[in-house]
Ligand binder design. Structure first.
Ligand code: GLN
Length: 297
């Protein structure tokens, strides 16, 4: 019996636990990877329950209206719309960010980039975030450290509107200068300025690989935020070639990379006068972040 049939057979009085099981079954059947987690998150969002209140009373009954709303959310997720887009928010480095279809959904992997950068960013440092998207990298750093004047750039005005909304939502937590956002191609909006640190999670998926990605990614993350050109390395070449002009002496560059790109991007950085290059792995054991120092001999 499918989840929907189970639901039809049951009358009014469904309990949260039954709803969670029903949602999980439907999402599993639709090929959703974390069906149990996603079904519960959708349930919590329409009931207002938390994990703790759910566990404390899994037999609490749910009003018809709320059940209906829950079924609607489950069917969106069945269509492989990402959980974060349905909820309108994504958690990143312990903070909630507003997201919509105009930005790449922040990934846990990118937290490694923030973590690595945070080890070296000093109070008062200026940070340039290239391809800022939702603003998750720069705004997180600005909440964690007292920054000097910092800037996030993106070619997409719609993405920057999301970053601005997140800046507003996090305004209480930003410790130093409030980061600015500017629209333009990669480093261009930073013309004439120099920074202590540049961070970027540029698009890095080889164009030919995109059709093989999960529907949540290929159909819902902006293509512009994924597509790294034929070999996936186009933006690394362009950022590395231009970054020196925007970095103070001994300035640092941190880039997120794909699992198989460490060697190629190291070479790109060396060719662009970066030294002391280090690579950090993510929690899955894949190379994820590359860091270089500009022009130290
Ligand atoms: N900087 C944003 C993030 O890491 C967006 C990156 C992108 O659009 N490629 O989530």
């Amino acid at each position: 019996m499918t989840g929907e049939n189970i639901l039809r057979k049951m009358t009014g009085d469904m309990h949260v636990r039954q709803l969670a099981a029903l949602g999980k079954a439907r999402l599993q059947a639709a090929g959703v990877e974390c069906a149990d987690y996603d079904a519960k998150q959708l349930l919590f969002s329409c009931t207002g329950l938390t994990e703790a209140s759910y566990l404390a009373d899994p037999d609490r009954s749910v009003p018809q209206e709320v059940q209906k709303r829950y079924r609607q959310l489950i069917s969106l997720r069945e269509q492989r719309i990402p959980l974060q887009l349905i909820l309108g928010s994504a958690w990143f480095y312990g903070r909630e960010f507003f997201v919509n279809g105009d930005v790449l959904i922040p990934r846990p992997d990118t937290e490694i980039l923030v973590e690595e950068a945070m080890k070296e960013i000093q109070p008062g440092d200026s940070v340039l975030d290239v391809c800022t998207g939702s603003g998750c990298i720069l705004l997180t750093i600005a909440c964690e450290q007292k920054l000097g004047e910092s800037l996030g750039t993106d070619i997409s005005a719609k993405a920057l509107a999301v970053a601005q909304e997140n800046r507003k939502r996090l305004s209480e937590e930003i410790r130093g200068c409030v980061p600015a956002f500017a629209q333009g191609d990669l480093l261009e909006p930073a013309a004439g300025r120099k920074f202590d640190v540049i961070v970027s999670n540029p698009p890095y998926i080889p164009a030919g690989v995109i059709p093989q990605l999960a529907p949540e990614v290929k159909d819902h993350d902006p293509l512009q935020a994924l597509d790294g050109g034929e070999d996936g390395l186009v933006f690394y070449r362009r950022i590395a070639a231009g970054a020196g002009e925007f970095l103070k002496p001994d300035g640092l560059l941190f880039l997120e990379i794909g699992y198989d790109q460490a060697q190629a991007v190291s070479q790109i950085l060396r060719n662009a006068c970066f030294t002391d290059i280090t690579v950090t792995r993510d929690y899955g054991g894949n190379d994820r972040v590359i860091r270089g120092v500009y022009g130290r001999s």
